[in-house]
Design a protein around this ligand. Sequence first.
Ligand code: NAD
Length: 282
Amino acid sequence: MNQVPTVKLNNGTLMPRLGYGVWQIPDAEARQAVGTALEAGYRSIDTAAVYGNEAGTGRALAASGVPRAELFVTTKLWNGPSHAWDRDAVLRAFEDSLAKLGLDHVDLYLIHWPRPMRDDFLTIWKAFEEIAADGRAKAVGVSNFRPRDLERLGEVSALVPAVNQIELHPLFPQEELRALHAELGIVTEAWSPLGQGKELLTLPAVEEIAARHGRTAAQVVLRWHLQRDNVVIPKSVTPSRIRENLDVFGSELDAADLAALDALGATAAGRRIGPDPASFDV
Ligand code: NAD
């Protein structure tokens, strides 16, 4: 079985450096997919209230027989009501996620999007402070926060997010945020680490490195993340790919490989795939 190395979060909690993302997996299929991942050796699962699969994920966790202490479960507070969140609504949404997952705590709870136009993430973060203090989330963090959002949080709270989960892959390397995270002691977690399995995995530069190392394009991209200290949560429902994406701890890219992948962000293909946090709201 593969052993996934961990990173220590700013409150001492250990987080696996590679986990399994479950966005777009229907609830009815989550038990099977998450079960396959747990069998393969994944211990970290990344879900969210809006994915609608917390219940299926919870069923897979319960059926797996893996001791709770060995699991690392992340979920996220959705953008939620059309009005701004208040404290009680945040706590109710958190309890709803716990109930669906069938857990008494999660390992990481994230604010899914900053929605700066709502101006409510400071209120949300105050509720997250309570959730962290009572241990129902071992760590709390944010997702899709920009430098200015992190700075605003820092003005009102001494609690530094443990993690910022952001879109990040060689075509969108997020250098500014990564540098700020390093300065603030925030772990960078990459969503869509494979660029959603699209253009990135077919680029000649990626294919050439993969062929030379006898690895797949996905494994090369995941190695780039790991050697750049990003936590990754690739998603697949195909059992062979689920295993392939975990089998990335037995090889290393060299400095020239890393530099070639770093250079992709500045090419014509280099761009964001997902929404822009400055304007995204639902
Ligand atoms: P990803 O980069 O993990 O790509 C997944 C897709 O890549 C798969 O659907 C499949 O088509 C392909 N793929 C997977 N493994 C492959 C392999 N070995 N070879 C070839 N193709 C392969 O994209 P994602 O699902 O968008 O992101 C991963 C996880 O990040 C999500 O499941 C979710 O947990 C999280 N996420 C979070 C946010 C956020 O706002 N916080 C947004 C998007 C995703």
